[in-house]
Design a protein around this ligand. Structure first.
Ligand SMILES: [Zn+2]
Length: 71
């Protein structure tokens, strides 16, 4: 009987480990938890989130001033 309990424990442990690894891998995971795309200012090289950057054609800038200076 104790052997059966041990077997169940091992199966549960392996299952939990597999579940943990799958979560860490993030294959097909929730996109809400994905980190934001980082871009760098074409003028000063500052890294910032794409949502905060000023987009000009294929370039990004940290502020309107740098966009003006680069243009
Ligand atoms: Zn800049």
């Amino acid at each position: 009987m104790s052997k059966l309990l041990l077997l169940i424990l091992v199966i549960v442990a392996v299952w939990l480990l597999a579940k943990g690894f799958r979560r860490k891998g993030g294959a097909g995971g929730a996109p809400a938890a994905a980190p934001e795309q980082m871009v760098h200012c074409s003028h000063c090289g500052l890294y910032l989130p794409q949502s905060e950057a000023i987009h000009d054609e294929d370039r990004f800038f940290c502020c309107a001033e740098h966009r003006r200076l680069a243009g």
